[in-house]
Design a protein around this ligand. Structure first.
Ligand SMILES: Nc1ncnc2c1ncn2[C@@H]1O[C@H](COP(=O)(O)OP(=O)(O)OP(=O)(O)O)[C@@H](O)[C@H]1O
Length: 445
């Protein structure tokens, strides 16, 4: 027997993966399922405009989503709330065409990511030097400045440091920081809401444009086209562009040649994992900043066990700190050494990869890897997929876009949604709790 709430929940989840967050908020969140009889799903919408939009754009995907979940043909019936009072509803609705530009807010820079808090070492000194030059004379020497390298090595930190320095030097500087995902979403929103002009104004009027993780432009033809023009406009105006990626531009699959060649106009500089001395210095700085009392030899001990990336290092220090508070003992090398297992220092999280998690989860729930990473929305597949996303976030240091990418190129909001859903269910569902515990043991084995 099909349950209305569950069916609607699955349909909403499906839409969340299919459409941009702003569109989701405007059209889906405002819809309310009323009843399900004889496979007719009655949906209440706040206005005629909504009904119009649903009929034209959302009916087909809804039927498909419902079919994928329930394996039955379900047809929607739309009703408009308070029809008598309909005119006022329509007038208060922000029509997308006239809505103010719903794009990412400018310059959400992390104030902690400055040059002062950045520890210089062998693996990052070139990148640091170039960043400093660019922050002092933007648009002159290296444009674009392109940082590439593995996860958690300080690319975002340096990028923000440039923005923070330029803003400190001149608070009127217009800085825009976005991930490539946010750029793509803004672009899609602009198309949907016919606000391309505002989009262009927003992106092409800045003094400094910072775009993080541009490897996620791979495959996105339209976004690349738009970014090409954004890039040209800014570059022609002598505005500074800083980009990061996990690899060189020519190694990003399906990145247009003209973008690859433009990115080569400036300076590409890689960041490699820090050596032992740098790792110790980073840990020491961090411990001082967070007022964590820890002897030097213990810092060296931790730094010698974690050699892949800085995010892991920081995570390890936080765990050690939390543990010492929990057992009411000061941090010493003995304490850390004797509690390696619970501190998860003995197993480098770099060994825990998303493919490993996917493999174990797929096996555990008897689904194929292709389905786990695919788009099918059957209950029997959706749940394992969400669990695998949850565990990828819990057990690896991968960023949300990276996790989304490993699951067949899904948006990072899908990953957040999956994570929240499982985290929520874990509060009350004891079966799920033991499944997750079993899976974690299996993965860490
Ligand atoms: N040299 C450094 N000195 C101080 N902190 C650092 C340094 N390198 C990295 N960090 C810190 O490590 C963490 C991860 O760095 P960041 O987010 O910049 O990595 P990233 O290279 O952008 O990774 P990703 O590709 O996953 O986005 C941040 O908290 C950052 O402040």
């Amino acid at each position: 027997m099909l349950d209305l709430d569950t069916l609607w929940g699955e349909i909403k989840d499906g839409f969340q993966e299919k459409i941009a967050p702003t569109a989701f908020k405007t059209w889906i969140s405002s819809a309310e399922p009323v009843k399900l009889t004889n496979n007719r799903l009655t949906i209440k919408l706040p206005s005629e405009l909504h009904r119009d939009y649903w009929q034209r754009n959302l009916t087909q995907p809804l039927v498909e989503l419902a079919y994928e979940y329930a394996q039955e043909d379900i047809q929607p019936v739309f009703i408009v709330a308070d029809k008598d009072d309909n005119s006022s509803q329509v007038s208060t609705l922000e029509h997308p065409a006239t809505a103010s530009a719903p794009f990412s807010q400018s310059a959400k820079l992390n104030p902690k990511y400055t040059f002062d808090t950045f520890v210089i070492g062998k693996g990052n000194q070139m990148a640091h030097a170039a960043a400093l030059v660019v922050s002092e004379e933007p648009g002159v020497m290296y444009n674009p400045l392109f940082f590439y390298g593995g996860v958690g090595l300080g690319k975002t930190h340096l990028m923000h440091a440039i923005g923070n320095k330029m803003l400190a030097d001149d608070p009127n500087t217009k800085v825009k920081y976005v991930t490539s995902e946010a750029f793509t979403n803004d672009f899609i929103t602009a198309i949907q809401s016919k606000t391309q002009d505002q989009f262009r104004e927003e992106y092409r009027s800045v003094d400094l444009l910072l775009v993080d993780d541009i490897q996620f432009f791979a495959d996105k033809e339209g976004t690349q086209e738009e970014f090409f023009h954004t890039f040209n406009d800014l570059h022609d105006d002598g505005k500074q562009i800083v980009l990061t990626s996990d690899r060189l531009p020519n190694e990003i699959p399906k990145l247009q040649d003209r973008l690859v060649s433009r990115f080569a106009w400036g300076l590409s500089v890689d960041i490699t994992p820090p050596d032992l001395e740098t790792r110790i210095a980073i840990l020491r700085n961090k411990a001082e900043a967070d007022n964590i009392a820890i002897p030097d030899e213990t810092l060296s001990y931790i730094a010698s066990r974690i050699d892949s990336n800085v995010r892991e290092l920081e995570g390890a220090l936080a765990r050690v700190h939390a543990y010492s508070k929990m057992v009411h003992q000061p941090i010493t090398t003995e304490l850390v050494a004797s509690s390696l297992k619970s501190l998860k220092l003995d197993r480098r999280s770099s060994e825990l990869t998303i493919p490993l998690i996917q493999e174990k989860v797929a096996k555990y729930y008897h689904v194929s890897l292709a389905d786990l990473k695919g788009k099918k929305r059957m209950k029997t597949i959706v749940m394992p997929r969400q669990i695998a996303m949850y565990l990828s976030r819990e057990m690896t240091d991968s960023s949300l876009p990276k996790i989304g990418n490993e699951f067949g190129g899904k948006d990072h909001t899908t990953v957040i949604h999956a994570y929240d859903k499982i985290a929520d269910a874990l509060k009350t569902d004891s079966d799920l709790q033991s499944e997750i515990t079993n899976l974690k043991t299996e993965i860490e084995r």
